[in-house]
Design a protein around this ligand. Structure first.
Ligand SMILES: Nc1ncnc2c1ncn2[C@@H]1O[C@H](COP(=O)(O)OP(=O)(O)O[C@H]2O[C@H](CO)[C@@H](O)[C@H](O)[C@H]2O)[C@@H](O)[C@H]1O
Length: 757
């Protein structure tokens, strides 16, 4: 065995409570890392009970004393009486490790046995289910089966033994929620989890200690890797590759590449009113479709919950039925599920959502409110009722991600219905602000629809100089969420100003400590010129950095043909894609249009929104038919094709939290001309012709004249400095705009929320 030098690692010691956990530092020759050994409490030589639940070898704890000097004889440091500091501590450490290893092996054997029993039980349940017409979930495929155990393994890793649906008696009156006991009792998966925990507890394996707040997948699975009796034989790789197969042997792939999230693996449920590819009105849908996949790639167990607006092909009815009260009316919901790209997509089905895919936020104020109340009430209980891959998520080690005002009731329900009553104690909720301009405002009497205890009213109250005191859902969400994220650093700053906070800046400033900006990413499968499915027909083509010039020219010609514009390669296409409203600065484009059409330029605009602006697009097209196209409508295909075929993308937004279109444009080598605001300021660096740096043109005041200046410089470069232009395109394409970086930052926020009390 090669000596790796000594390091320190922590052994959590305790008997009962979290507060009494004491940490002891013991030397070990291992590289700094994290090890966990799960099982019963065990000894230390000083009579202190050592919990086998967590051996930590954190980075930065390396101590070269002791082992190097005395062949693994090292001092034990720690607090409290009986913490040995004397000569035979190396032996003590050895002995403890041996005891630990021995006990781990016993636990392993017991857990293997239990997992086998669970599998048998699952098969039984599965056969019962398949004979039930009501329940359509297919748990018999081998993939699902694998996942079941993977999930089970992960579930067992979660804290506090909370992998059970609370009995009805635990549910609070305040929730006013009706439970369909019949279906609940029929939920085999819930029982599977509860049974598994029961069995594990019976076996003495301490999988659910309330005093251990956050054991993770790694922590539970690590003991399987301790294969040898002796201290010396603890291999570095065993600890590094902390995961196992059902038979207890280390799983190959996983052993080689542990989850990127490491010990921070969480159960995450993102709840949103829209989710790509099933529903989308704007950037929120894109985020809900892509961020969860990036989090899943980091090793988290991730679910998305969204309404089922249409008859989607992939998601299948799980056969679970629940009833919730909305405005005094009982509404039954069912749950549809699809497992795609490592994410559980769960759709809440109710007639209230049907056929709304093209009008998600349509109807009057109360209609929308009722839909969002139902979505949030159902979503907060999804971790108990909806078995994904056979196992519910459970409410321990769980963080919700709510998005915008539509789901801002989620943290409020979590608190009012559960956490105030000692339930879901370990569940957290992070609220993401995509656009503060929409807040779920209404008169104070709207509080009635929220269905909350009277004393919650104050959370919703907001005084507004325009409308006086009113009911504001975003306000309550911001006040109750454990953490708040917004989609860029620039916007995080703007939100705190009276101009950018839209009346909520006071609350945001009060809660500044929990606000963080994280710039959105790009779904590089969906928005990537190399793979874009919308470029595979009608004369378009996929392209990459290597084929950029040829590919983009071909896409440009195809776009001109498709829209009936003159097909010319040397004319720049300037594009705009987005909602036609005040926020997007369409009035600036209107002001600049006379200047634009006076040049050898083609202008293409795609959008829907305000009727007067839609009419304006049509008018521009009529007046300048050889140069302008105004496509009024919502077409994802056209958005992709315009992004690929255009040379320049205009984003003159008055405020812009992030601006996904801009990120997409840069992925496709399309040069942005943007107003320096919010996320746009974060993501576009002004082109500098002297140093040949930057990615586009930025103007600092939302005025048509400023837009014209910036666009003029941009077009000048297009016409006269081809090398600089190609350099801009190359720099853009070479950026890493994927979600991976953002997902890692989200993970930090989620973990911070988890450990927050
Ligand atoms: N007519 C049309 N046809 C087809 N597709 C269309 C379209 N109009 C818009 N889109 C698409 O909708 C999305 C718009 O996303 P944005 O980020 O620009 O703005 P949005 O204001 O919706 O999102 C809010 O949330 C997102 C996500 O956090 C933030 O980036 C943003 O700043 C914030 O305002 C893009 O995918 C775009 O292609």
């Amino acid at each position: 065995m090669a000596s790796l030098g000594s390091v320190s690692f922590l052994i959590e010691t305790s008997s009962t409570s979290c507060s009494s956990l004491r940490q002891r530092r013991v030397s070990c020759w291992k590289r700094p890392h994290f090890v966990a050994v799960y099982g019963r409490n065990t000894l230390d030589s000083n009579g202190v009970v050592c919990k086998m639940g967590s051996f930590r070898v954190p980075k930065g704890e390396i101590s070269r004393r002791g082992l190097r000097a005395a062949g693994r004889s090292e001092s034990i440091e720690g607090e409290g009486e009986g913490e040995g500091r004397g000569g035979n501590e190396g032996e003590v450490a050895d002995e403890m490790l041996r005891a630990t290893i021995k006990q781990s092996k016993e636990v392993l054997a017991r857990q293997k046995d239990l997992l086998r029993q669970i599998e048998e039980r699952r098969k039984l349940v599965s056969s019962i289910k398949s004979s039930s017409a009501n329940i359509e979930m297919d748990v018999s495929s081998s993939n699902e089966s694998d996942r079941y155990f993977q999930n089970m393994n992960q579930s067992l890793a979660s804290a506090d033994g909370k992998y059970r649906c609370p009995p009805d008696s635990e549910k609070t009156d305040e929730s006013n929620i009706l439970y369909d006991n019949e279906t609940e009792n029929n939920s085999p998966d819930k029982h599977s989890v509860a049974d598994a925990l029961g069995l594990l507890r019976e076996s003495g394996a301490e999988v659910a200690h309330s005093e251990i707040t956050s054991p993770s997948l790694l922590e539970v699975s690590a003991p399987y890797l301790i294969k040898e009796e002796s201290f010396e034989d603890l291999k570095e790789a065993d600890i590094e590759g902390a995961n196992v197969k059902l038979d207890g042997t280390p799983e190959e792939g996983i052993k080689d590449s542990p989850p990127l999230a490491g010990a921070n693996v969480l159960n995450i449920i993102l709840v949103a009113a829209e989710c790509v590819p099933w529903s989308k009105t704007g950037g929120l849908g894109d985020v809900a479709g892509a961020l969860p996949k990036a989090l899943a790639r980091r090793g988290h167990r991730v679910m998305v919950v969204a309404p089922r607006y249409g008859n989607y092909s992939e998601p299948q009815d799980l056969g679970v039925r629940k009833r919730y009260k909305v405005e005094g009316q009982v509404m039954e919901v069912s749950y549809f599920h699809a497992y795609i790209d490592g994410v559980d997509f769960v759709f809440i089905d109710s007639p209230i959502f049907w056929h709304r895919e093209n009008d998600i936020y349509g109807g009057n104020r109360v209609d929308i409110l009722r839909r969002m109340v139902l979505l949030c009430k159902a979503a907060v209980e999804v971790p108990w009722h909806v078995p994904c891959g056979g196992v519910c998520y459970g409410d321990g080690n769980l963080v919700f991600i709510a998005n915008d005002w539509h789901t801002a009731l989620l943290p409020v329900y979590l608190k009012a219905y559960y956490r105030d009553h000692g339930l879901m104690k370990y569940t957290r909720c992070v609220l993401v602000i995509h656009n503060i301009a929409h807040q779920g405002r209404g008169p104070l009497k709207d509080f009635f629809y929220a269905d909350l205890p009277g004393h919650y009213m104050d959370l919703f109250k907001l005084y507004d100089p325009m409308g006086g005191e009113h009911f504001n859902i975003f306000a309550a969400g911001l006040r109750t969420a454990d953490r708040v994220v917004t989609v860029s650093h620039g916007y995080a700053w703007e939100l705190k100003t009276s101009e950018g906070g839209w009346g909520l800046h006071g609350i945001i400033n009060e809660n500044d400590w929990k606000l963080q900006g994280i710039v959105n990413g790009v779904d590089t499968k969906d928005w990537n010129p190399q793979f874009d499915v919308h470029l595979k027909s009608d004369g378009y083509t996929n392209y990459s950095l290597e084929t950029l010039q040829r590919g983009k020219s071909q896409c440009k010609a195809a776009l001109q043909r498709e829209l009936g514009l003159p097909v010319r390669d040397n004319v720049p296409i300037v594009a705009f894609i987005g909602r036609l409203d005040y926020q997007k600065g369409v009035d600036l484009i209107a002001g600049a249009t006379p200047w634009i059409v006076g040049r050898d330029v083609q202008l293409i605009m795609l959008g829907t929104g305000r009727k007067d602006l839609e009419e304006m697009l049509r008018r521009f097209e009529r007046q300048h038919h050889d140069k302008v196209r105004g496509w009024v409508g919502f077409s994802v295909k056209m958005a992709h094709r315009i992004t690929a075929g255009a040379d320049v993308l205009l984003m003159p937004s008055k405020f812009k939290p992030c601006g996904l279109n801009l990120l997409y444009a840069m992925m496709y080598g399309t040069i942005p001309v943007v107003h320096a605001v919010g996320g746009l300021r974060d993501t576009v660096r002004q082109f500098d012709p002297y140093s040949e740096t930057g990615w586009g043109w930025v103007f600092d005041r939302a005025e048509a004249g400023r837009l014209i200046d910036a666009l003029g410089n941009c077009l000048n470069t297009y016409w006269n400095y081809k090398n600089s232009w190609e350099g801009l395109q190359r720099r853009e394409i070479m950026q890493d705009l994927s979600w991976d970086n953002a997902a890692q930052q989200y993970e930090d926020v989620l973990v911070a929320a988890k450990y927050q009390w």
